[in-house]
Design a protein around this ligand. Structure first.
Ligand code: PLP
Length: 468
């Protein structure tokens, strides 16, 4: 499988190089040169597979020719071994045609463990084979950071620097990052917003000299490998509900557009998905886009679903590339204009194309709390605000869809205990594996919202391959 950049000017690479590179050299994101397509017969053949085996089969189509399937199988099996539910991504029925897929049974209690437990191992495997070392730099609005840290902690071939917006992640989220004591883990608390953190990470990647000096790499959803691994749970749910004979829809609480884009990839691979529903909180740039065809930046406002407090959804670029007929130059022009003016709009015909696949729904904090309360009252399930946005969006979409809707539960309720308590009057307990989180010692460096300070901090701590 070969990969091309959404901006059309970076070298065409194989899977391993795309994994290590993260962002493409022209500032774009890597996507497969062509989507692998499964026939209905082949999709049927995936029914009933254990979760790890399904991930292996899906990923195999994207790493073809570079990582042997048996190697991949062993690595993926190990990645999901510690998950606390035998089904890994269990489905719960909440209504006649309404389902919840729980994606929070990994070590950091959010869906990002599903890709990052695999991606950390992929990095280690590829780097160990090459005798290399990378410096992973990432921005987090809360959950990416801890999942990346868990995926990379203690691995000799990787140093991981995670920027989080100081005071804007929940205490559980912060502690899951800052209480990891391995020396290859570096937490930076930035005096700014998530978008500021993300902009700095992007700028570091754009600094070619620094990028080479540090062997920079990324594990947020700009990294293709992460999307690839996430595709599997769309298959998992759809197969359980009757694919390929019966189409389903998915409702996805969305921030960077990575998770829902994995659903789009599943569709391109032939999985019958009737609709992908994008849920947003008050930071609703995506919902406004799907309503109007115009992408317009506004300031980020904190909400009860902080992992979705994002304005610029970096993975939207991958969809834009498809909508613009895979024309890298057009993507470049559009996004340069967007960077300069804070706005771009799509022609009505292209918006109509997008609306065949996507629809969007905005949910205020009050509505998300009402959904947490409703789910609890009607089904006994305790969910948190991100998942509640997915569920509320699923309910709204059900009025016009005649297929089962699967809402993705992206975090464990104990990750956002204050909001859950407000909604149902009870604090969800941390699962046993995280129960001592509040007793563990924290380690974090506070830095100003300045690129130069962040770059200098990382540079001082760089480990050169082979050095002690
Ligand atoms: C990261 C995250 C999201 C948003 O996912 P994207 O891939 O960025 O769209 C939603 N909910 C939770 C709990 C998250 O951690």
């Amino acid at each position: 499988m070969r990969y091309i950049s959404t901006r059309g000017e970076a070298p065409v690479l194989g899977f391993e190089q795309v994994l290590l590179a993260g962002l493409a050299r022209d500032g774009g994101l890597y996507v497969p040169e062509a989507w692998p397509r499964l026939s209905a017969e082949e999709i049927r053949g995936l029914r009933g597979l254990p979760y790890a085996e399904l991930v292996t089969r899906i990923a195999a189509a994207f790493v073809e020719g570079e990582i042997e399937e048996s190697v991949l199988r062993a690595l993926v099996a190990e990645a999901y071994e510690g998950f606390e539910h035998a089904a890994v991504a269990p489905l719960k029925q909440l209504g006649p045609a309404l389902w919840l897929m729980e994606l929070f049974h990994g070590p950091t209690l959010a869906f990002k463990d599903y890709p990052l437990q695999v991606v950390g191992r992929l990095f280690d495997r590829v780097l160990t084979a090459r005798g290399g070392h990378v410096t992973i730099v990432g921005a987090t609005s809360g959950d990416t950071g801890s999942a990346a840290i868990e995926g990379c902690r203690g691995r000799a071939s990787i140093d991981v620097f995670i920027l989080h917006p100081e005071g804007r992640v929940s205490e559980v989220q912060r502690r899951q990052m800052t209480t990891v004591q391995e020396p290859n883990v570096h937490n930076l608390a930035i005096a700014g917003s998530f978008d500021d953190c993300q902009d700095m990470v992007k700028a570091l990647f754009k600094d070619q000299a620094f990028r080479d000096e540090a062997s920079l790499s990324a594990v947020n959803s700009i990294n293709w490998a992460r999307i690839m691994v996430q595709v599997a749970y769309y298959f998992h749910a759809a197969l359980a509900l009757g694919a390929p004979e019966r189409p389903v829809a998915f409702s996805v609480p969305t921030g960077n557009f990575g998770n829902v884009f994995a659903g789009y990839v599943a569709m391109q691979m032939g999985l019958p998905i009737a609709k992908l529903i994008v849920g947003s909180n008050r930071n609703d740039i995506l919902t406004r886009f799907f309503e109007s065809g115009a992408m317009t930046i506004e300031t980020v406002e904190p909400s009860l679903s902080p992992s979705m407090d994002i304005q610029v959804s970096s993975n939207f670029e991958r969809l834009l590339f498809e909508l613009l007929g895979r024309d890298g130059a057009a993507v470049s022009r559009t996004l340069e204009g967007f960077r300069d003016s804070g706005r771009f709009s799509l022609e009505p015909a292209l918006l109509q194309e997008a609306l065949k696949v996507f629809q969007a729904h905005r949910c205020s904090d009050e509505e998300s709390l009402a959904e947490v309360a409703r789910a609890h009252r009607e089904t006994g399930e305790v969910i948190e605000p991100h998942s509640a946005i997915g569920l509320a969006a699923a309910r709204a979409a059900q009025e016009s869809l005649e297929v089962p809707v699967v809402a993705l539960a992206t975090a464990h309720p104990a990750k956002f205990p204050d909001a859950v308590e407000r909604a149902i009057g009870r604090r969800p307990a941390l699962p046993a594996r995280a129960a001592d989180l509040y007793e563990r010692e924290e380690r974090v460096t506070r830095l100003p919202n300045e690129l130069a300070a962040v770059r200098a901090h990382i540079r001082e701590r760089l480990r050169v391959p082979g050095a002690a």
